[in-house]
Design a protein around this ligand. Sequence first.
Ligand SMILES: O=C(O)/C=C/C(=O)CC(=O)CC(=O)O
Ligand SMILES: [Ca+2]
Ligand SMILES: [Mg+2]
Length: 391
Amino acid sequence: MTWVPGAADSGYDLNHLPYGVVVPSDGRARCAVRIGDFAFDLDAAEAAGLILAGDSLRAPNLDAFLALGPAHWSAVRARLTELLGDPEHRAAAEPLLLPLATVTNLLAWTVADYVDFYSSEHHASNVGQIFRPGQPPLLPNWKHLPIGYHGRAGTVVVSGTPVVRPSGQRAAGDFGPCRRLDIEAEVGFVIGAGSTMGAAVPWQRFADHVFGVVLVNDWSARDIQAWEYQPLGPFLGKSFATSVSAWITPLAAFGADAWTAAPVQDPQVLPYLDDDRRALDLAITVEWNETTVATPPFRTMYWTPAQQLAHLTVNGASLRTGDLFASGTVSGPERGEVGSFLELTWGGREPVMVKGEERTFLADGDTVVLRARVADIELGAVAGTVFPAQV
Ligand SMILES: O=C(O)/C=C/C(=O)CC(=O)CC(=O)O
Ligand SMILES: [Ca+2]
Ligand SMILES: [Mg+2]
């Protein structure tokens, strides 16, 4: 139980405490945790000696705190639970609550490397059928390893950042604004503690390295992508913007009721990928101009984040503080459960109704909001509005 007004049943109760960076009216960015509709000022809390985190929270982003590792993360979480839970601390802590309506959010950490996986069997086979009709929907390697590609860390932006429609080559000799602008609803994992180059990180060490979870919208230019991606994979069709939620939910916030069984894998995977099949049971919603158009279930992902982490490092590639790896588009088995408009409209051939209009891909002015919930935890939403192309 927290003494913070309105936090109970808000999705941001005492058991959640996601981290972010806020800017209040004084214009100075500071680390914060969200409780209900407030941001608790961690910079001020550490300055006042209410929290001890080696001054890592007295910084304009979470980078130093992320690097501290799991023992420090849990010590700070335990202390925050006392400060915001025990009425004895109310007098000291309440002045450090900033109403969310009075702050803006910044990207909470410096994204080091960004990797995007492709781990939904339903998404991969849908896209295979749409992009490569007449061929087997899954390529032969798909069930043997989590396919992924390295994305562009510098264009990862916080929820609310405008998304400018990209321009590029749409076909041979055809340059112009993207005509098939799309979303990808994904779940992202933020690396806190890094690893040593040359040493693989086994899936069992997931919680030693992964700090927390964000929602991700991997904006995708389908015409640019379809023309450019063979044989090396996605490039400019994906690199113009990737939006993430402002709040990072720490792994420690997910209780036993947040986890369920991941799909059984057949064929048997190699030993380094043979994990415990635990899936976060996040229910995602995709809102297009305030209309809910899809509800992707994260538990249906074929490859788990623990397997993705093991695969990402099995060749000895190291992890760095701030690395972000995204799950890949989350699509369930039903049409109403897909995480992209490419699938929802089957390549643009089957429009959907959005606010009384038939729609296929994104128009300028459209807004997409992704949300996700599991048990009583609401992940930070990720929102973006499309602005017209500049060239
Ligand atoms: O199968 C393809 O050719 C393309 C697939 C994607 O665009 C998906 C992607 O970026 C990875 C993912 O989000 O699942
Ligand atoms: Ca993607
Ligand atoms: Mg992207």
